[in-house]
Structures are given as C-alpha cells and as structure tokens.
Design a protein around this ligand. Structure first.
Ligand code: CP
Length: 336
C-alpha cells in the first residue's frame, strides 16, 4: 500500500482503499486510482442516463431523498460547486453551501470541527475542495460510518469527478478508446485534472496518452507512467484525436520561470494554426476556468472542435451519478 504524509500529518492511502467500505463498495470518492474499468464504465453509464441536452428539462429523480449534502469549498470554484449543488437538488437532497469567508473557520475552527458540526446537523454527504494534499482521505477516516466524503478537488493531486466528466465527454465523441491518441497539454505538474484524467483514461484503455508541458511544468518521471512526454507542443499535437488544454495553476507555483502570458501563448498555446496538425476530427477540451489566449486561443475555445460547454453539461450528470451510486452503496450496507 502506498502512503504519503501530508504537511499536517494526515496520511493518504494512494491506492484508494480508504474510499471503500468493508465489502469493497465505494463509500467515499477520494480518487479514481484503484477503480476498475467496470466501475468507471458503470459510473459513466449512469451519468449518460442523466445527460440531457441544454434546452431540455434536466433529469430528476429522488435517489437522494432524505439526504443532506454540504458543499465545503476551501478553494474557489464555479463549475464543481454549482454542479454538485444542482446534481444533489435534482436527486431530491437538501443542500447547504458553507460560505468559508463568513464561516467559523475564520475564527480558527479546525476543518474537523467544522465537519463534526455539519455531521451533527445530519449532513451525511460532504463535498470538499481544499489546497491541502491528503485532507479528503484524512477526513474520511474521522467521520461517522454513514457519512460520505466526495473530493471536489484536492491540491494538485486529485479531482475525480472532473476525470469522470472528461472521460464521459471523450466517450460520447469517440467511443472506442483503444484507437485514441489523447494529448494533455500545459501545466501538468500542478494539475489535479491531469492526474485524474490519466487515472481514468489509462484504466479505460486509451490507445496512446501524451503529455506536453513547458520546462518547469512537467511532472516528475515517477508519475504518469506510460504517457509519452513532449516538451514541444507542435510535435505533441501531431495526429491526436483529443486535446485537453490545462490552465497554468499560478496559485500552486511558488517559484517558477514561467514566461509571460504572450510568450506562453506563442510557444505553448493551443491555437487554430497548431490545431491543423491534429486529426481533422480532433476534439478540444479544457476543464475551466480558462485563461483565454494564454493556454488556449479564444477562436479554438469557441470553435467547432470545442467540447468545453459539453464538459460543463456532463459535469452535472457525472455528479448525479456519483451521488446516486454512493447513496445506493450506503443503503446496501444498511440492509446487512
Ligand atoms: N474545472 C473546475 O474544477 O472548475 P471550477 O474550479 O470552476 O470548479
């Protein structure tokens, strides 16, 4: 079992075992690491069931009736927080959103005391985003047995629902993963999106996974096993079927030699000119928020190959699937 000590002494079980109950069912979703291809496909199938076209009424059911979801975002978010809220409401849950700036955390309350407080109010599904590596797994070990922790973004390490929505978006456009060449480009080193995408896509059997990053933004050699590494974006983009562009995570970069935005765009941005090197049917993705005309040109982001809005739509469906699955597993445990 791989473990890693966090700055606060918490320990993350990188195998993802902490997220399973004694029967092996998912109780929490901390990481995509350790999920089987069948488990990933079951989540994607259920998410697809919940997908509706924009303009149609959204899917709804009562899978979460009687449950209370609390959103605890200690880092900023638009897509993930709102889509978890919509997903939970559309499944019949009560939802509370803790405003961290006006919560008692600013008076010095610990994360655990905040969580115990919510638990005491019958919040039983806690959605967490935090900059501290290992915090979701640490919290998952402390909560009551009926409480579920869903990781909505953990430092640079893990963003499992983003990995699922990216996989769903690719699967909708290109169902045969074995034939695909996928490029993840940009600030790989600091990207939880890239790590969760890598877990999902390698487990789902993607044909070739390339990662491309400028100097200083490439992850260490021990990570992203079997991915083909490029420092030249023009070479990396040649013939690919999927491009996943990433934001520069300035909030996680202490000391770097990142060039100014114009230079970054010129040397590493996904531009219309560069796109011509990819497969003619290439799809372009970005998790958002975008730095337009830095890592991706606006004409590409808004162009015909872009799946960026579809990713957002899929995000709600994926979070509905995760919530429904976790609750179903909790209910199954209670019956024994
Ligand atoms: N992709 C993503 O996590 O976006 P938010 O930061 O807006 O949630």
């Amino acid at each position: 079992m791989q473990t890693r000590h966090t700055p606060t002494g918490a320990v993350t079980d990188l195998s993802g075992r902490i997220q399973r109950d004694s029967e092996g069912r998912l109780q929490h979703l901390i990481t995509l690491e350790g999920l089987s291809r069948d488990e990933l496909n079951a989540l994607l199938d259920l998410a697809q069931f919940y997908v509706r076209a924009v303009g149609d009424l959204p899917a709804r059911d009562q899978s979460l009736a009687g449950h209370t979801v609390a959103n605890l975002f200690f880092e900023p978010s638009t897509r993930t927080r709102v889509s978890f809220e919509l997903a939970a409401r559309r499944l019949g849950a009560e939802v509370v959103n803790l405003d961290m700036q006006s919560s008692s955390r600013v008076k010095g309350e610990t994360v655990l005391d905040t969580i115990y407080t919510l638990q005491a109010m019958h919040a039983d599904i806690l959605v967490m985003r935090d900059a501290e590596p290992g915090l979701p797994a640490f919290v998952a070990r402390q909560v009551a047995p009926h409480v579920c922790i869903l990781n909505a973004g953990e430092a640079h390490l893990s963003h499992p629902t983003q990995g699922l929505l990216d996989a769903l978006t690719i699967r909708q456009a290109r169902p045969d993963f074995s034939q695909l060449r996928v490029l993840i480009a940009g600030d790989i080193a600091h990207s939880r999106v890239a790590r969760s995408a890598w877990h999902a896509l390698t487990t789902l059997g993607v044909g070739e996974l390339r990662i491309a990053a400028p100097e200083g933004l490439m992850p260490t050699e021990g990570e992203f096993a079997r991915a083909v590494r490029f420092s030249d974006i023009d070479a990396a983009i040649e013939g690919v079927d999927v491009i996943m562009a990433l934001r520069i995570q300035r909030e996680r970069i202490m000391h770097s030699q990142i060039p100014d935005e114009a230079t970054y765009h010129r040397t590493f941005g996904i531009t219309a000119e560069r796109l011509r090197r990819a497969h003619p049917d290439v799809i372009v993705m970005h998790p958002g928020p975008m730095n337009r005309d830095v890592e991706i040109a606006s004409e590409v982001a808004d162009g015909p190959r872009s799946m960026i809005q579809r990713q957002v739509t899929n995000g709600v469906a994926v979070r509905m699937a995760v919530l429904a699955t976790i609750v179903r597993n909790v209910q199954a445990r209670r019956q024994f």
